[in-house]
Ligand binder design. Structure first.
Ligand code: BG6
Ligand code: MG
Length: 216
């Protein structure tokens, strides 16, 4: 029997990937780099600074900026991103999320967030689901980002369970790899790109039977 759920945020709880994309595309264009939706898939699940490095690498510009300039570029992107987030409401929860969290609460199954986003608390607050989570990993405390299992292990431990007793939800390949490396059962939330190694793949959480899942 599994004893807890660990969720990625962007792409699993809400569709913020589109806002990340708009903000990165604008920032990239300012420095003469064009990114498209296919390239954007690579940015899912990875940190803000790692995303910037990948964009700079696409434009062969990794060495064109100092660390301070890179920080300024990332901050500029984040300012634009946070502005786009202002319009989020509980209606932006992905289908089935609220119902799933309510069922977990009824069954006393703890839920945690394992997101690379430093904006996670702000987003959860805007979505009105902050109190549905028992633990939110602070990505600033991590030594390594996804696909390293660290964030998922930390989330499970914060819920008071062993990673092997947890079920992880992810929409990005880096996240599925991290969940599996943590020894957890992986639910892939399909968002258009292929996900390899997930134990089950769904398009929406409405497709899941919570009791069946817990029996895995
Ligand atoms: C992840 C997203 O959840 O958070 C990534 O999938 C993003 O695309 C990362 O780069 C960091 O987000 P933030 O909000 O801290 O810039
Ligand atoms: Mg995600």
């Amino acid at each position: 029997m599994k004893k807890g759920f660990v969720f990625d945020l962007d792409g699993v709880i809400t569709d913020t990937a589109k806002y990340h994309y708009i903000a990165w595309k604008e920032l990239a264009a300012e420095i003469g780099i064009d990114i498209d939706l296919k390239f954007n898939e690579q940015l899912k699940g990875i940190s803000r600074m790692d995303s910037l490095e990948r964009i700079l690498s696409l434009g062969n510009k990794n060495d064109a900026y100092t660390e301070i300039e890179k920080e300024a570029l990332a901050t500029k992107k984040n300012t634009q991103y946070v502005q786009l987030l202002q319009s989020l409401t509980p209606d932006d929860l992905l289908p089935g999320v609220k119902e799933f969290l309510d069922q977990a609460k009824e069954k006393n199954i703890p839920c945690g967030i394992a997101s690379a986003s430093k904006n996670a608390p702000f987003i959860l607050d805007k979505l009105g689901v902050m109190s549905d989570f028992d633990a939110i990993v602070d990505p600033a405390t991590l030594k390594k980002g996804k696909p390293d299992p660290e964030i998922f292990v930390q989330a499970a431990l914060a819920l008071g369970i062993d990673p092997a007793e947890a079920i992880g939800f992810e929409d990005a390949q880096a996240g599925i790899d991290g969940i599996k490396a943590a020894g957890m059962y992986a639910v892939g939330v399909y968002s258009g790109e292929e996900l390899h190694g997930a134990d089950i793949i769904v398009e929406k959480l409405t497709e899941l039977n919570i009791d069946e899942l817990l029996s895995k």
